[in-house]
Design a protein around this ligand. Sequence first.
Ligand SMILES: Nc1ncnc2c1ncn2[C@@H]1O[C@H](COP(=O)(O)OP(=O)(O)OP(=O)(O)O)[C@@H](O)[C@H]1O
Ligand SMILES: [Mg+2]
Length: 370
Amino acid sequence: MTDEYREFDRSGAGGTGYEESPVDPGQLPSDGDIETSLRPKSLDDFIGQPRVREQLQLVLRGAKLRGGTPDHILLSGPPGLGKTSMAMIIAGELGTALRLTSGPALERAGDLAAMLSNLSEGDVLFIDEIHRIARPAEEMLYLAMEDFRVDVVVGKGPGATSIPLEVAPFTLVGATTRSGALTGPLRDRFGFTAHMDFYEPAELQQILARSARILGIDLRDDASAEIAGRSRGTPRIANRLLRRVRDYAEVRADGVVTLAIARSALEVYDVDPVGLDRLDRAVLGALVRSFGGGPVGVSTLAVAVGEEPATVEEVCEPFLVRAGMVARTPRGRVATQAAWLQLGLTPPPDAATGGIEVRAREPQLDMFDD
Ligand SMILES: Nc1ncnc2c1ncn2[C@@H]1O[C@H](COP(=O)(O)OP(=O)(O)OP(=O)(O)O)[C@@H](O)[C@H]1O
Ligand SMILES: [Mg+2]
């Protein structure tokens, strides 16, 4: 299985300096099928997210005890934290089939009706990027989720009739990177919402150790700590950096990934010790040097680094905000003390501390438009 859809479609965002960055949390074409082989296969196999795992275990076991289908489940969180993997695990734990689609693929209600009428009892229907579902399909989904039935409209105009169709009891698993963009009625129909949060470095190290085992890479502990520290709390990035470091180790050395090898490799790929790439540093540099720390609008900032505003906003910013280097204010983006220090500069006395945003759960991009 491959994920053909991505939250941020960068195909139209052809800026000058930005190409594939190894620390992009979205899925890149070069991730290919390797992601599939690295996916955890069961809840026990899944590293990190202890609360989500415990909660899900209860939801799934409870349903099993009662011999019914579990409530509909919403998985929310930033890209690359394991939502798709978790959806597959849910179907696996229930021992049922997983039917897979995505919000953008459900353009017409008929597409969804076809999917729903093909479900067997107990199936898991996974809708990725569910916040991008078209309105007519969303309305059909309400009824299907609540009453396991859909109304299919046949014909047009005054002669149109609506035919009710039964749907086998199923569990909907929706995934979204922007739960704030979901409509209220849709959100309310999920019985359980799991919030996936960024991973701790120790958890990323465990994930790296597991991936190294699967890929047959000799990865030393201090090297995995180094890679984990540059992975932005995101398993997808950790796995990708591991593969880049392996290339380096095999081409320039004997294949063993030591700390020195990891450091040299990550330097070649322009990933700095806290996980910033070239574009992140350019954005910070412009914010601090050209705009005196802000506030400045995201479009202006994007022009300054020769990038599309969407790329700056959706690729760079979430991490810079989470790392406490950039604060979003109603008047624009502001560099915090941490940003000045990161660039080796002395912050002005009135620089923001950025404390509130540091552990922000999920960047709600739409709330902060300038
Ligand atoms: N807890 C985990 N343990 C081990 N590997 C993980 C874990 N979470 C994610 N991964 C790895 O990260 C990769 C990306 O995960 P996944 O595709 O499930 O993320 P996602 O949240 O669905 O991302 P997106 O929002 O872009 O769809 C997977 O291929 C998997 O190898
Ligand atoms: Mg996914």
